[in-house]
Design a protein around this ligand. Sequence first.
Ligand SMILES: N[C@@H](CCC(=O)N[C@@H](CS)C(=O)NCC(=O)O)C(=O)O
Length: 302
Amino acid sequence: MSEIFPTKSRATWMSVGYSLAVAIFGGFAPHIATWLIGAAGSPLSPTCYPIIAAIASTLVLYRLRETAHTALRGPGRCRRADLSAAATSGRVAGMTAPLRLLGKASSINVRKVLWTCAELGIACDREDWGSGFRPLDTPAFQAISPHGLVPVIQLADGSFLRESNTICRYLAAGSALLPEGPLARARVEQWMDWQATELNSAWRLPFLALVRGDPAFAEPRALEAGIAAWNRQMALLDQQLATTGAYVAGASFTLADIVLGLSANRWRMTPMPHPALPALAAWEARLARRPGHRAHAANGIP
Ligand SMILES: N[C@@H](CCC(=O)N[C@@H](CS)C(=O)NCC(=O)O)C(=O)O
């Protein structure tokens, strides 16, 4: 019954519901029983009272959905209950439990998956693959993913899945991070796709020049134009956040906030002029309250 209520407040509402039911229906039980005996003239008539209560409870229980192996309702956190469920069965069909994730923890795309796992309470077994660790241009990794990039996850049937945003969508299916209705879901995905295309392209040059120190990208005029283009894209995000006043796709935290939260962290940490973007700054402060953001996004790595 506790699952009727949002995760954050279920203990409160269960206690209120239980106490009110005991006080009202239990407290008046002797009076109602006496009245029933008097009205019906039979000492058995008080049994109608629990029978009616049982019918009402059955009708409510009948309407409840099975929630096993789905994320708890309400704002996502790394939750113990989810973790144990995920560790034994996986939260979506085909998933290994714990999830086998290939990719170094410093990669911005691997961090999307790690933050998503933290939000959903998915136990994750990560292996270090990528530059500085096990190489991606070997036959061993090519057999896993010919694209030669991380992250990659392994599924229960032994096959692999790549593309960070796709992996996040797969893991979050059926949870509050990815709404089920086609339009609500599309509103999340349009921002995820924008992150993977326009925004990603905009940061490449300034990031490689200013963070990686790659001289191939350091030509001053090209760099200036690159910084302006990146800032213009971030201003679009700021505009959207000013409209929602909360999260990227609306009032609730979704996968769009995860993938763009990582982008925003990279933007902040790149040493270049940053225009004041107040709605974006307020959103970053909102994200900073989430353990997954602290562990995998704003963790000192651009
Ligand atoms: N579109 C891919 C891009 C993945 C990607 O660029 N991965 C980088 C790390 S962030 C990579 O594998 N680089 C090679 C390496 O680390 O050796 C995704 O979103 O998963």
